[in-house]
Design a protein around this ligand. Structure first.
Ligand code: S3P
Length: 428
């Protein structure tokens, strides 16, 4: 299989392409709802974004500082990445804009980006609890900041660095725990100057403001977070082999693969190469290995933050107990994923315990019972994870909704069925 394009990288390609001078051509862009929302936001801000018949995306950018006032509300749907990263771009653009999202996103916290972006001089008018919809009053004369982020979040880091793009001087973001570094890699690819320094407070990343970004060609690697569903399906299957081609293996994203190997899974990668500064490889997963429970350290959480739902499915099939720590951030994803995972596993006969920021899964060491219905709470990864769980269950597993799967993985059902799953509408 070839997984769809990386969601994080796709958002960033559209945003930086929209700020570069000249035509940026992007191949392998994820054409999922979330990314299409970012494409539309870039159009509203003045960039030309088009897809040609061959599937290549062509973006004609406006240059750093060249965005214009959007004529309508920017609706980013289910996409937290669009909302947070765009907030950074809008904060240092000297006009007022309005942003909203779907019911899931309107519940999610924006304070984490508003606090640092206020320091640049931007103002935000929000609903109670700093939630969307909100108005962004961008500043014409931003001041550069140095910000030590209290949350391990690539979205917060990226919002600050992107706000720093249109700010004269040097903006520094310090992170205590390393999060995905796609923004830094791509900013450098487009010609921005960045510096990395280890300080007592953590890794300090500095961007030099108001660079001339130059249009680039970008090849988006497959999304390791989407590949994860086929990989875990192969891990819990009794026989067979799955080859996942052209998937991103940036070390800030591969925590799930490390964990599955520790559990005993037979996963290897080959043809490792560098594409636009990003590591890419082909993965081979051989079924039939006995999985065992492991302890997943909190320090690994940022490198597999979106993979806990599907890891929980692997853990449910393993022999013994799996303990996952450092999961506080899971509560503010597309749903409260900690609660959603626990409820979905319990509904299908798997014993779990939820702590303040941990999850313990008691593996069955073989097939799980299944037969339950899982509430997805508008969360694509909950839906996909539990559909995969059905592949290893005695009774079918039902999810209440799959519409939002298209936000990150269009074609998921057809692709998994092609690998041998039997996913079909439930008889009503
Ligand atoms: C993302 C960062 C992560 C991740 C999300 C995509 C990004 O969110 O969960 O799916 O593209 O920067 P946080 O920054 O909230 O951890």
């Amino acid at each position: 299989m070839r997984p769809p394009g990386d969601k994080s990288i796709s958002h960033r390609a559209l945003m930086l392409g929209a700020l570069a001078v000249g035509e940026t051509r992007v191949s392998g862009l994820l054409e999922g709802e979330d990314v299409l929302r970012t494409a539309n936001a870039m159009r509203l801000l003045g960039a030309t974004v088009k897809r040609d018949e061959s599937g290549l995306w062509r973006i004609n950018g406006v240059g750093v500082g060249g965005f214009g006032e959007p004529a309508d509300i920017i609706d980013v749907g289910n996409s937290g990445t669009s909302a947070r990263l765009l907030s950074g771009l809008l904060a240092t653009s000297g006009f007022v804009s309005f942003m909203t999202g779907d019911a899931s996103l309107r519940r999610r916290p924006m304070r984490r980006v508003i606090e640092p972006l206020n320091q640049f001089g931007a103002q935000f008018l929000t609903r109670d609890g700093m939630r969307l919809p909100m108005a962004v009053i961008g500043t014409n004369s931003p001041v550069p900041i140095r910000y030590v982020t209290p949350v391990p979040s690539a979205q917060v880091k990226s919002a600050v660095l992107l706000a720093g793009l249109n700010t004269m001087g040097e903006t520094t973001l310090v992170e205590r725990e390393a999060t995905r570094d796609h923004s830094e890699i791509m900013l450098a690819h487009f010609g921005a100057t960045l510096r990395h320094e280890q300080s007592d407070e953590g890794l300090a990343i500095t961007i030099v403001g108001q660079p001339d970004l130059v249009a680039r060609d970008i090849e988006v690697p497959g999304d390791p977070s989407s590949a994860a569903f086929a990989v875990v399906a192969a891990c819990i299957a009794s026989e067979g082999e799955v080859l996942v081609k052209h998937v991103g293996v940036n070390p800030s994203r591969t925590g799930l693969y490390t964990t599955l190997r520790e559990m005993g899974a037979a996963i290897s990668w080959r043809n490792e190469r560098l594409v636009g500064g990003e590591k890419v490889a082909d993965l081979v997963v051989t079924s039939g290995a006995k999985l065992k429970g492991v302890e997943v350290p909190a320090a690994r959480a940022p490198s597999m933050i979106d993979e806990y739902p599907i890891l929980a499915v692997a853990a449910a099939h393993a022999q013994g107990t799996t303990i996952m720590r450092g999961l506080a951030e899971l509560k503010v994803k597309e749903s409260d994923r900690l609660a959603a995972i626990a409820a979905g596993l319990s509904a299908n006969g798997v014993k779990v315990e939820v702590g303040a920021d941990s999850l313990t899964v008691h593996g069955t060491g073989g097939r799980i019972e299944g037969g339950g219905t899982v509430q997805t709470h508008l969360d694509h990864r909950i839906a996909m994870s539990f559909l995969v769980m059905g592949m290893g269950a005695r009774q079918p597993v039902t999810v209440d909704d799959i519409e939002m799967v298209d936000t990150s993985f269009p074609g998921f059902v057809a692709l998994m069925n092609g690998l041998g799953a039997r996913i079909a509408p439930a008889a009503s």
